[in-house]
Write a protein that binds this ligand. Structure first.
Ligand code: ZN
Length: 70
């Protein structure tokens, strides 16, 4: 099981943690949460060059953690 929290990405004041079976699941869930609750973050993330977008993607992937299944 995979888990990713906004704190892992360095967004203060957000305790939300996305969980899913795969990295793709977690990314999708977190993107949905962020687009609802943190549109400014999404805007910042999308308003980048391809190179920066790839770096952001790598940071997200690096922040996703393996967690024990409940
Ligand atoms: Zn949040």
């Amino acid at each position: 099981m995979k888990s990713l929290s906004r704190q892992d990405l360095g967004i203060p004041g957000c305790g939300y943690a996305a969980k899913g079976e795969t990295v793709e699941d977690v990314k999708e869930i977190m993107f949905e949460h962020a687009s609802l609750e943190h549109p400014d973050f999404i805007e910042r993330t999308l308003a980048t060059t391809l190179e920066e977008a790839e770096a952001a993607e790598a940071a997200v992937l690096g922040a996703i953690k393996d967690v024990e299944r409940f």
